[in-house]
Design a protein around this ligand. Structure first.
Ligand code: ADP
Length: 620
């Protein structure tokens, strides 16, 4: 009788009733979220106790090891979670558990109404400060037994079926902390299975830095490594941790351990892997940075924390500056996230700069694996473009195949009177090196960057200049040839004009123009892109992606010093055999197309060539 007297019944406030009604009667995706919420509450309670121990002496079970214990009774579908954290007084049971800040409740109700869907994502329950109530997704009645941390405290039992009311009763409980237990609804009875609970803990709470026990077995082996001092973290621990979070079998290429304090606070460990995954661009399931707040897992792949072009890194970031149960929507709009992103971006670039500076082999290993993605930073992260540019590496006419130069290196080798930086793109280095447009540059010993990575071809147009030197594709028409030493002319000015005009007449609107070439040495003709056109290789790729994309017309450049052109000029002068002139001009044009990979009509090209050979092999 005496016991009963001590049991008090409390009515939930109207809006709480509404909230509970919704939680109980909605259908959820991710119902396992309740476990994360309970563990995170326990972890909070343990953190608070840890702090109390620093400042107070009146503490019950002061020497007990801090831990979380989960007990599962499969037979009866009973789940319980117990911690020896700070515990709750009666007032706290009423004010913290029994009442939810009305702003939180209202925001939650509003959200549910807006969503107007019967399948709610349980992940969003937590963000309104109603995390505890997520247990009502999986059960009809909850019991909380709790004893607050003070030596002379009283223990209480709180019970509710999540309907209209709850009860509080005084109980005997010798140890400090909180135990929450409930019988699982039938459809959720597998949450009383050890494997199931372990796998959820593995996913969500592995870095909670209190041990979690199930049946006397510690199940979260990995502790919050990033909370350790940088100097106390061993290489081995880092490697193990990396393998654990990345599922990589190899050690990482490098890492960053960050402890940022100031107007934003976070700790982070970031890894740069050795090997690129199969699909650097397409695999969106690839984990990057995991977000924790106060050691409690929030998100697997916090996209907002990393710019796209750095999505090859792996790691963990843990901040105190976000609410514990942040949702995706919240993180997206949070200024804290933007600040963290900017700092992380700068630190990763800093690490790469350090490698590029002091350990070129390591940097090149990184670059060979990840540059295809990394290069896209040139046209997406303008704030850091000047740093990313310095980290770019290109093959050039000065490097061996497979070796690279930086733009700074190129600049240092430039002759005093060279005003521009040149590049030429193509499918393979071999093909690019044979491109007739390179002849002048070879002869004059002017370095040209040789680009064969599609990522270069798409990004380099965004780099108008480097240290005030324009960057130009040499297959464009407006290259500055003012320094060209003039070769001794073989044909006079008038005849030159005649031959150019004949080319124009024969080719008509197949070309934008025909001009005398300054860039050719060994080849008779070449095609170049007009001033307004795109780089030839870029056009080719755009055409591959979009069948309707019509490339710009080309300018045909004619090398009037070439013997073949000289011969044609003389034929024109004598005006005999105009068929041969026409065929030769067409053949030259189509040959230039062939070099560029644009040959459309190989049949007439070959039959014309056979005609020429027939003539050449005739015995007079
Ligand atoms: P939130 O954790 O967002 O504050 P919850 O509904 O999850 O919201 O919890 C409400 C409050 O109940 C907590 O802030 C805390 O004061 C108290 N509480 C919950 N679980 C525990 C626990 N295991 N030990 C001590 N206090 C707890």
């Amino acid at each position: 009788m005496e016991d009963l007297k001590k049991t008090q019944e409390f009515e939930f406030k109207a809006e709480m009733k509404q909230l509970l009604h919704l939680i109980v009667h909605s259908l959820y995706t991710h119902p396992e979220v309740f476990l994360r919420e309970l563990i995170s509450n326990s972890s909070d309670a343990l953190n608070k106790l840890r702090f109390k121990k620093l400042t107070e002496s009146n503490i019950l079970d002061a020497d007990e090891k801090l831990k979380i214990t989960i007990s599962l009774d499969k037979e009866n579908s009973i789940f319980s979670i117990e911690d020896n954290g700070i515990g709750m007084s009666k007032d706290e049971l009423i004010n913290q558990i029994g009442t939810v800040a009305s702003s939180g409740t209202l925001a939650f109700l509003k959200k549910v109404n807006e969503a107007k869907q019967n399948n709610l994502d349980a992940n969003f329950i937590g963000q309104f400060g109603v995390g505890f109530y997520s247990v009502f997704m999986v059960t009809d009645e909850v019991t909380i037994e709790t004893r607050n941390y003070e030596l002379d405290s009283t223990a209480y039992c709180w019970k509710s079926s999540g309907q209209n009311s709850y009860t509080i009763e005084e109980i005997e409980k010798s140890n400090r902390g909180t135990k929450i237990s409930f019988k699982l609804k039938d459809e959720f009875k597998d949450f009383a299975e050890e494997w199931k609970v372990k796998s959820i803990i593995n996913k969500y709470s592995n870095f909670v830095d209190f041990p979690i026990y199930i049946a006397d077995q510690e199940v979260n082996k990995v502790n919050a490594l990033w909370q350790k001092k940088k100097d106390d973290i061993s290489e081995d621990e880092l490697n193990e941790f990396y393998k654990y979070i990345s599922n990589d079998y190899d050690n990482p290429l490098g890492h960053l351990v960050l402890n940022i304090e100031g107007n934003i606070n976070f700790k982070s460990i970031i890894f740069i892997p050795k090997n690129a995954p199969q699909s650097l661009f397409t695999d969106t399931r690839e984990k990057t940075l995991q977000l924790y707040t106060n050691r409690v897992f929030i998100q697997d792949d916090a996209k907002e924390l990393l710019p796209e072009y750095l999505r090859f890194v792996k790691g963990v970031i843990d901040t105190e500056d976000l609410p514990l149960n942040v949702s995706r929507e919240l993180t997206q709009s949070s200024p804290a996230m933007t600040k963290i992103k900017n700092i992380i971006t700068g630190k990763i670039l800093g690490l790469l700069e350090e490698w590029a500076d002091k350990d070129n082999d390591k940097y090149i290993e990184f670059f060979k694996n990840f540059s295809t993605l990394f290069k896209t930073g040139l046209n997406s992260d303008f704030a850091n473009q000047s740093r990313i540019v310095e980290l770019m590496r290109y093959e050039s006419t000065n490097t061996n195949p497979g070796e690279f130069t930086s733009l700074a290196g190129y600049l240092s080798r430039m002759k005093a009177d060279q005003k521009e930086i040149y590049y030429l793109s193509g499918q393979t280095r071999e093909l690019v090196e044979k491109n007739p447009n390179l002849e002048y540059f070879k002869k004059e010993d002017i370095e040209v960057l040789l680009l064969t990575d599609p990522a270069d071809i798409f990004t380099i147009p965004y780099l108008r200049d480097y240290k005030e030197k324009p960057i130009k594709s040499i297959d464009k028409a407006d290259i500055d040839f003012t320094n060209k030493k003039s070769d001794s002319a073989h044909i006079n000015e008038e005849l030159k004009n005649t031959v150019i005009n004949k080319f124009k007449e024969v080719l008509g609107d197949k070309v934008e123009d025909v001009v005398e070439s300054s860039r050719l040495v060994d080849s008779p003709v070449t095609l170049v892109v007009g001033k307004s056109g795109l780089d030839a290789q870029m056009e080719k790729m755009l055409q591959m992606m979009d069948k309707n994309f019509s490339g710009s017309k080309r300018i045909l450049e004619v090398n009037t010093n070439h013997k073949l052109i000289e011969n044609i000029a003389k034929l024109i002068e004598k005006n005999n055999d105009s068929d041969l002139i026409n065929s030769s001009i067409n053949q030259l044009y189509e040959g230039a197309l062939l070099i560029e990979g644009y040959m459309k009509d190989p049949i007439s090209f070959i039959s014309r060539m056979n005609e020429f050979m027939t003539k050449a092999t005739e015995i007079n």
